[in-house]
Design a protein around this ligand. Structure first.
Ligand code: HGY
Ligand code: MN
Ligand code: MN
Length: 432
């Protein structure tokens, strides 16, 4: 199996983490902000120095291609997202991009050109940290034969606002991307004309299972489904000093009752269901005014579609009951509904064969985090490989994975890409 230098991969991830390094610790690199653009430009240069053909697509996904000799074969695509949560870790997303570049660089150095093109992509956005939308990069890339879908998404971008009131469309245009973008002339101005042969994503586990079992590799069999919503509670703002308690329509105390109710129901619910309120805003948000309006986010996940939807319906019903009891009005605006997605069994078997051949101890597992692989799974076989997260911590400055484990994951990625790109099975219909 090709070797990826332990020190090198840790170094390169540290280097990428400089873009958006947060003074309070961690990394904040948000779609189309300055650090995002600087990171993409750095990665474009790094892909070029790795001998890859570099191009952007309309939304700013950045591709590095190791051109195959047989252009009739569709490319294998690896990679992940370059954006982060606010004060997130330096491995979530970034690891899959850096490992992909190092793997293609090592393969080219050892074996020259593959038969089948091999590509690494730095997807522009997955987290939903700046605008109320997620998977902005992979949704565009996966709509390879649905230009109207991307046109619709570009239309919607005109009314997706960040905290400072800038629209996604304006932010995209400010980086030179979007339908009229001039990002770099001569580069591919549209997404891919055909789906990749396969999408394989290397990612940190973001949980504690591998570490608890002392294993270095997890092969993902499925990714949980998610329902995300913004809940608004409309009460009545009033004077904090002159309004008797029994006459109040306090939006914040109503929201608090809903949030504690949600936590308690999730605790008692089906095994594996999780529900989170990650952000909350009160209006007018000053100490001597009873909050008149509260907006908070709800994030519900489960590996079974019906359990996920059942819980979401129960939650909306429970919130309505609490609102009625308190004389306030509640509304629920869904921002994401993505079903649980199985990973491709052929690719899972391929990963298992590579691990067995190389004597690597692995386990099969599902993912509690969402990933770009679940979007690509709509249009091509998709699969993921996990490496451990220390103490299971992620979306936090303390996110960490040992360099040896990072390098092992990258070696397995390189070996899998080698088998799919250089030792192409002579199958006509290109099945995995
Ligand atoms: O939230 C998630 O599951 C992913 O990290 N975006
Ligand atoms: Mn994440
Ligand atoms: Mn991620």
């Amino acid at each position: 199996m090709i070797g990826i230098d332990t020190h090198r991969i840790a170094e390169e991830i540290n280097c990428l983490a400089r873009f958006g390094a947060h003074p309070g610790g961690g990394v904040t690199r948000l779609l189309y902000d300055e650090s995002w653009l600087a990171a993409q430009r750095y990665l474009a240069g790094r892909m070029e120095s790795a001998g890859l053909r570099v191009r952007y697509d309309e939304v700013g996904n950045l591709y590095g291609t190791l051109e195959g000799t047989d252009r009739s074969l569709r490319p294998v695509l690896t990679g992940s997202h370059v954006d982060t949560v606010v004060q997130g870790g330096m491995y979530d997303g970034a690891y899959g991009i850096v490992a992909g570049i190092l793997a293609l660089e090592a393969l080219q150095a050892r074996y020259g050109r593959p038969r089948r093109s091999l590509e690494v992509v730095s997807l522009c956005e997955e987290e939903g940290s700046r605008f109320p939308t997620v998977f902005w990069g992979s949704e565009y890339a996966a709509a390879y034969d649905e230009p109207e879908r991307n046109a619709e998404r570009f239309g919607a971008a005109e009314s997706l606002y960040d905290a400072k009131g800038l629209t996604l469309a304006e932010a995209m245009a400010s980086c030179g991307f979007g339908p009229n973008g001039d990002y770099v002339t001569g580069l591919e101005r549209r997404g891919r004309r055909e789906a990749p042969y396969a999408f394989i994503e290397l990612h940190i586990e973001q949980g504690g299972v591998l570490e608890a079992e002392g294993r270095s590799i997890g092969i993902v069999t499925s990714i949980v489904g998610q329902i995300r919503a913004v809940v608004a509670v409309e009460g009545c703002a009033n004077h904090a000093g002159t309004t008797p308690m029994k006459l109040r329509k306090d939006a914040l105390t109503a929201a608090c009752e809903m949030i504690l109710w949600l936590e308690e129901r999730a605790r008692r619910s089906e095994e594996g269901l999780v529900a989170t309120v990650g952000s909350l805003r009160t209006l007018p948000g000053v100490g001597n005014v009873i909050p008149g309006r509260v907006e908070f986010t709800v994030d519900i996940r489960h590996s079974a579609r019906d359990a996920l939807h059942r819980f979401a319906v129960e939650t909306a019903t429970g919130f309505n009951r609490i609102a009625a009891d308190r004389g306030v009005v509640v509304s629920w605006q869904e921002s994401l509904s993505v079903a649980p997605v199985p990973m491709d069994s052929g690719l899972v078997r391929k990963w298992e064969a590579v691990c067995r051949d190389e004597g690597v101890d692995y386990r099969l597992m599902s993912s509690g985090a969402g990933h770009d692989a679940m979007i690509f799974a709509r249009v091509c076989p998709a699969a993921m490989l996990f490496v451990p997260s220390r103490d299971g911590i992620s979306h936090h400055p303390d996110e960490y994975t040992d360099a040896g484990q990072l390098a092992l994951g990258a070696c397995l990625l390189a070996e899998t890409m080698y088998r799919m790109g250089y030792k192409v099975e002579e199958d006509s219909n290109e099945t995995i």
